[in-house]
Design a binder for this molecule. Structure first.
Ligand SMILES: Cc1ncc(COP(=O)(O)O)c(C=O)c1O
Length: 410
């Protein structure tokens, strides 16, 4: 069933609020999404009725808190097509998920001279952990370049992938909206004897996801971009990989036994969940998954393709050569983020002017500095869409750009 933004908007209390006396037009969901009442209520209810620490207490509410926490793990597994919930590790965010793989699997499996393959369009979360390992271990980083049409240029893939131990790519660029061909890259990685890791931060919130179908070995995503709370993310990995990987952080929860002369690790996934985990956040993420499931991820995707098409059409029709849009031109082959520069107005100035009109967009390098350099810009403005956005929001953006014109062009 098609998604009705009129109905969906009512589920998001923040959209009733005004900013600078104007209707809030929130176009920054790629940075962090807003939260429906279902998520806020689930967390409130949990704290009001159930909160206690998990996996410890043998009393009613502690057991119920543990049940809810583990139930959320199951919901995450089903939402991304993971074969079992034992492969689901709760982290702080996707950044921590990528760091977990770099620290644990990377340090156990990569030595000086070993190579891994990334892309030029990665977010820093899938770049800096590997640059750190390069400094520490002397590993080699290779990069699939961006093509002129903002897709990945796979012309040289055979040479680049030869001998690498890991291929790690974003499932969707947070700057361009590019959707790399994940299955093709997974097959190429496996044929080369490498593992395949995916940064699903911008993908899981917007497209139906099946890690098994995509051929992933590691897959990370983050709760706050998919209607859930901040402070929770997920690393999914094949169970055999997690079993073989050394623990990342040490402390409570992640041990089976501790003596003064040593320790033994807990089973997966708890081996990787040191200390008190984000319990209320897991409950909130579970509620977000239920909410998205209720909308249907096919309907979410369909809605965003249509809205992105409308945005690309509206902005180019109204502003022509005055606006430079960075990303694939075909809406069905991209996600709902539209990065642009407008005339010679700096994106930060632009964002401030749009804010006065109630329109929230992100301005800056979007944690993708190498990509900014490749695009030949220091920063872009970025409008990003989600389930609560509609054509009126795009029109508000387009109208507010006219105001920037008035202020900044002489
Ligand atoms: C593609 C991509 N990867 C990783 C991240 C990092 O997400 P988090 O800050 O939740 O770890 C982001 C956030 O913008 C992103 O867009």
């Amino acid at each position: 069933m098609a998604l009705s933004t009129e109905v969906v908007k009512k589920d998001f209390p923040i959209l009733d609020h005004q900013t600078h006396g104007k209707r809030l037009v929130y176009l920054d969901s790629a940075a962090s999404s807003q939260k429906p009442s279902a998520v806020l209520d689930a967390m409130q209810h949990y704290y009001e009725t159930t909160h206690a620490n998990v996996h410890r207490g043998v009393y009613g509410i502690a057991e119920e808190a543990t049940r809810l926490y583990e139930q959320a793990r199951g919901k995450c597994a089903r939402f991304i097509g993971a074969p079992s919930e034992r492969g689901i590790v709760f982290t702080k965010n996707v950044t921590e998920a990528m760091n977990l793989v770099a620290h644990s699997w990377g340090r156990a499996n990569l030595a000086a001279g070993d190579a891994i393959l990334l892309t030029e369009i990665e977010h820093h979360a899938n770049l800096v952990p590997w640059l750190m390992l390069k400094e520490e271990r002397g590993i080699e980083l290779r990069f699939i370049p961006m093509a002129e049409d903002y897709s990945l240029d796979l012309t040289d893939l055979d040479r680049l992938i030869d001998g690498v131990k890991l291929v790690s790519v974003t499932a969707m660029s947070n700057v361009l909206g590019t959707l790399p061909p994940l299955r093709r890259l997974a097959d190429a990685a496996h044929a080369a004897g490498a593992l395949f890791m995916v940064d699903g931060a911008q993908y899981v919130p917007h497209l139906p996801t099946d890690v098994a179908e995509l051929g992933c070995d590691f897959f990370g995503f983050t709760g706050h971009k998919m209607l859930g709370p901040t402070g929770i993310g997920v690393l999914w990995a094949r169970e055999e990989l997690l079993e073989a990987m050394p623990a990342f952080l040490g402390g409570g929860e992640m041990i089976r036994d501790v003596r003064l002369d040593g320790w033994t690790p807990n089973e997966i996934p708890w081996k990787f969940e040191a200390g008190t985990p984000p319990i209320a956040e897991a409950v909130g993420l579970g509620a977000a998954i239920d909410y998205l499931g209720g909308l249907g991820m096919d309907a979410v995707r369909e809605h965003e393709v249509a809205l992105t098409a409308y945005a690309l059409r509206t902005l180019t029709e109204r502003y022509g050569d005055g606006i430079s849009i960075y990303g694939p031109s075909e809406p069905a082959q991209r996600g709902g983020v539209v990065s642009f520069n407008y005339k010679d107005v700096h994106p930060h100035d632009l964002s401030q002017v749009l804010d006065e009109a109630g329109v929230c967009v992100r301005a800056g390098h979007h944690c993708a500095k190498p990509l900014m350099r490749r695009l030949g810009v220091g920063a872009t403005a970025r409008a990003s869409f989600y389930v609560y956005n509609d054509e009126a929001d795009v029109d508000a953006l387009a109208d507010a750009l006219a105001e920037a014109d008035r202020l900044f062009t002489f």
